[in-house]
Design a protein around this ligand. Structure first.
Ligand code: NI
Ligand code: MN
Length: 230
């Protein structure tokens, strides 16, 4: 068995195996890094780490278009259900579930989860990351998070084929902390995300890759639209 990992820009990745695809944090509309539009996405599952607009993005539309299951922490999943997504699967941190396309376990992410509009700010529970298993490959999708001791625990408990980590600073761990996280995780492949989309999250992904490689680990930059084997 094997799986592929595709980068869609910013914090959006999808993983595919056995003819099934799960997309994570599909922010495509108004995403300057995206090369596809929401209506082009074909998938079986939509995983949403938290409600911020650069993560919830087009998730509701994509889930509806594909009759895909939407997986998120409880409050966010219920919110999406009330927006018309028929198939939602609410979960919470530490919980895992086996779907017909793969297995997901929610991980701690030190961050918030809210929808901010001109009229109101709605808090939607906890932010999360994901451990996704498809095609016997295990991916750690960190989501938006600070560097934290939980990441060391995740590295110790799991034989990770790949890890995707934010490096953009300001809202998440920055490059220095992401290098420490990569060492803690020791994944077969480390890929940076959540950088350069906006002025306030500028970071050099090639510097990140060089520094992770200097620790004896495999790392690479993925370009939006690129898909690789795991
Ligand atoms: Ni966020
Ligand atoms: Mn974000």
């Amino acid at each position: 068995m094997s799986a592929t990992l595709k980068y869609h820009g910013h914090a959006c990745f999808s993983m595919a195996a056995g003819g099934k695809r799960a997309i994570m944090d599909p922010f495509l509309t108004d995403n300057p890094m995206a090369v596809e539009s929401a209506e082009d996405i074909v998938c079986d599952a939509v995983l949403v780490s938290h409600a911020h607009s650069d993560h919830l993005g087009d998730a509701i539309e994509i889930a509806k278009n594909n009759d895909a299951v939407l997986v998120a922490t409880y409050e966010l999943a219920v919110y999406c259900q009330r927006q018309g997504v028929e198939d939602v699967y609410p979960m919470h941190i530490g919980g895992g579930h086996e779907f017909d396309w793969g297995h997901v376990k929610l991980t701690v992410a030190h961050h918030s989860s809210s929808i901010v509009t001109d009229e109101s700010i709605v808090a939607l529970g906890a932010s999360s990351g994901f451990l996704v298993t498809m095609g016997e490959r295990l991916l750690y999708y960190a989501g938006d998070t600070a560097l934290c001791a939980d990441i060391e625990f995740i590295g110790r408990m799991n034989d990770l084929d790949a890890a995707v980590l934010p490096i953009g600073d300001t809202f998440t761990m920055g490059l220095d902390d992401a290098v420490i996280a990569a060492k803690m995780l020791g994944a077969g492949l480390t890929v940076p995300m959540h950088y350069n989309t906006f002025e306030v999250i500028q970071a050099d992904p090639h510097e990140f890759v060089r520094r992770v490689q200097a620790e004896g680990l495999h790392a690479r930059v993925m370009e939006p639209g690129e898909e690789i084997g795991l």
